[in-house]
Design a binder for this molecule. Sequence first.
Ligand SMILES: Nc1ncnc2c1ncn2[C@@H]1O[C@H](COP(=O)(O)OP(=O)(O)OP(=O)(O)O)[C@@H](O)[C@H]1O
Length: 258
Amino acid sequence: MAASPKIQLTDVHKSFGPKTVLDGINLTVEQGRSMVVIGGSGTGKSVMLKCILGLIHPTSGSIKVDGEEVTGISEREREQVLKKFGMLFQSAALFDSLKVWENVAFALVQGENMPRAQAKDIAIEKLAKVGLSADVGELNPSELSGGMQKRVGLARAIAHDPEIVFFDEPTTGLDPIMADVINELIVDTVKDMGATALSITHDMASARKIADHMAMIYKGQIIWTGDASEVDSCGNPYVDQFVNGRAEGPIQMEVLKA
Ligand SMILES: Nc1ncnc2c1ncn2[C@@H]1O[C@H](COP(=O)(O)OP(=O)(O)OP(=O)(O)O)[C@@H](O)[C@H]1O
């Protein structure tokens, strides 16, 4: 039996002036599953995520979360919807003026008015989940390696037990071994929470590790979607070229000339 959609995008368009970035996106993310959207630079992955979060407004189309339309809702309604989301940004985007635990607890204290002591307990529990000790919580983010910062970013993303977690290029800037550690942590954490995950990446090793389902975006459209296990044999020449990292194929890179 098919799981119910947690997130559903139907014919989503987004243009900036004359430039069309999303050109009719159709995408379903099933409840409790991990969807990874792959695609090259500038194909619209980040714009798509920002549309779902309501950071930018689509030009047209429908975006539903738990069956509820989220385009055109009020700021107050959006605040409620955003409580369902956790987000791990490409750069861990930690506040350097705050200790590690304060970064993890930030949304709990600021957004939910939770007492600091209680928020700290939760922050330390989440840090433990991503393999960091309470001592690390007392450090400043600038004292941590890139891999540790990603762990902190993940702990922060899950601090309020979100139903949906977004991962924006989760392995950028990490060496392949640390990237694999973070990928495993993502899989374990998301499965453990029973959360729905939506990731965007051009790192195929990461996509293979964390995806139940994959979709490929090209020129603002989803040109293929399927089970992660089918990505190598789907027969789509665009997917095949991307997955195998070939210069030759239907995808033509625009190389800017000086
Ligand atoms: N606010 C904006 N105003 C104008 N153009 C924008 C804006 N945001 C994004 N774009 C354009 O939309 C296109 C898609 O950008 P997007 O960041 O979604 O790509 P991406 O697939 O996430 O790429 P990357 O993997 O390099 O991050 C780019 O050409 C970008 O210049």
